[in-house]
Ligand binder design. Structure first.
Ligand SMILES: O=P(O)(O)OC[C@H]1O[C@](O)(CO)[C@@H](O)[C@@H]1O
Length: 426
């Protein structure tokens, strides 16, 4: 379903020297003996989630849309409680179309952004889906209070129960106070799945399903990946190959991995990868700094640095092979823009020539190692497969670095200072 190409990484042959390390790590994963193993429930989740839960998600969405005539879902969450859903909706539906039905807030503390969301919601019939495992994260918590009040003004207290969905921890967390008091519909975030892995649970599935995405297909894609990555043989398991390639490059003193996309709809995938790798690996003074660029846009900004700046990074290119035949260059009699030589060529063909040109410029002329991950379709199955590929890779990468890939203690430090600044009392 996806391909990994290490030819431009210049380390292809060294991969197999890691086989025994990878065997050990594989056993740590399947026997749950490594650091943070209590957070490995994502490993089998696509086969653990019940039809009852999937049906309950689809049923609630049907009710929202048909009985309550809801046309827009306001999703409040941050980090892993936001990135999976947004990534999935952009990837499958297209980023421009994506903003129509599902709007995300709680991702910043900008009053101007709040106002813009209010404007967008003005003529909509909207509902809230608040997502927070802890219920304490300040950005979505404030957004929930703000937009809950706005919604109540619009529809009245009595109807609120039908227009609010809560996705949170089984027992812990402040959002459970609302569920108990107001009987809001609740979906559970499993205990053993951390934020950045939670896009495959109701956290990602609910907003994606609201946007029309077939969540059963997405889970099918994950199941395909589960089968493909269930053994540790480096000749067969491309997720482990990728993890090893990253580790070899890291040991060559490269300090950053740049995720490269060539499609507006995959920008959020880059953001999702930044959280996945950043929170998983960046600790104890270790880890590759994950960064992302979107070409061709960023060839006209960071392109200069990437070509000729300090050599501290490698690129991981995420490429969709598909060529759409509908969007083509036409001929014009006057040819004022001198583009007639491209007559009949598709935009995707031209994008592919950019990819080829960039690979030559960066790997040959710029001496940058390049890993390529490619696939054909931007559909549900591919996304599920791709997510699981990265989950396996980041876990193996973390264990190669001898750190716990499933915690994020560093994020708490800013939160502590923020609460001090705000004179938090409880
Ligand atoms: O779902 P919560 O508890 O609001 O947390 C949101 C995000 O905050 C973090 O804990 C830290 O940023 C992430 O790991 C998590 O995805």
């Amino acid at each position: 379903m996806i391909k990994l190409n290490l030819k431009n990484s210049k380390i292809e042959k060294k991969i197999y020297s890691y086989q025994s390390k990878v065997n050990t790590i594989h056993q740590m994963i399947i026997n749950r003996t490594g650091q943070g193993n209590e957070m490995l429930d994502w490993y089998n989740w696509a086969k653990t989630i019940t039809n009852t839960e999937i049906n309950a998600i689809n049923f609630k969405i049907k009710n929202l849309k048909t009985i309550n005539k809801v046309d827009t879902l306001l999703v409040l969450g941050i980090g892993g409680s936001y990135l999976g859903a947004k990534t999935g909706i952009d990837f499958i539906n297209g980023s421009l179309r994506a903003n129509n039905k599902v709007i995300f807030a709680g991702i910043n503390l900008s009053s101007n952004y709040y106002k813009q969301i209010e404007e967008k919601l003005k003529n909509k019939n909207w509902a809230i889906c608040v997502i927070s495992k802890s219920g304490k994260t300040i950005e979505p918590a404030i957004a929930f209070r703000y937009f809950r009040n706005l919604l109540e003004k619009k529809i009245g207290k009595a109807k609120m129960k039908d227009f609010i969905v809560v996705i949170t921890d089984r027992k812990k967390g402040l959002l459970n106070n609302f569920v108990e008091k107001y009987n809001y519909q609740k979906f559970i975030i499993p205990d053993g799945i951390g934020g950045r892995f939670s896009g495959i649970t109701s956290v990602g599935l609910f907003p994606m399903a609201f946007a029309g995405i077939n969540i059963k297909e997405l889970l099918e894609g994950i199941k395909l990946a589960m089968d493909d990555f269930k053994n540790s043989n480096l000749k067969e398991n491309i997720a482990y190959q990728y993890a090893v390639a990253r580790n070899i490059l890291y040991k060559k003193r490269l300090t950053s991995e740049i995720f490269v996309t060539y499609n507006e709809d995959f920008i959020m995938l880059g953001e999702w990868l930044k959280q996945l790798f950043g929170e998983s690996e960046g600790k104890e003074g270790k880890g590759l700094f994950p960064n992302s660029v979107n070409y061709t846009r960023d060839l006209h900004s960071l392109g200069q640095f990437i070509q000729e700046g300090k050599r501290t990074f490698f690129e991981t290119t995420i490429w969709q092979e598909y060529e759409d035949q509908d969007v083509k260059i036409t001929k014009e009699d006057l040819d004022l823009d001198q583009l007639n030589y491209l007559e009949g060529k598709t935009i995707d063909y031209i994008n592919k020539q950019v990819l080829k040109g960039v690979l030559k410029a960066h790997t040959r002329d710029g001496n940058i190692a390049n890993i390529i991950i490619s696939f054909n379709k931007n559909d549900e199955k591919t996304l599920g497969y791709l997510w699981y590929f990265f989950f396996i890779a980041v876990t193996c990468s973390g264990y190669l670095l001898k750190i716990n890939p499933f915690n994020q203690p560093g994020v708490e430090i800013y939160k502590k200072h923020l609460l001090e600044n705000l004179k938090f009392k409880k």
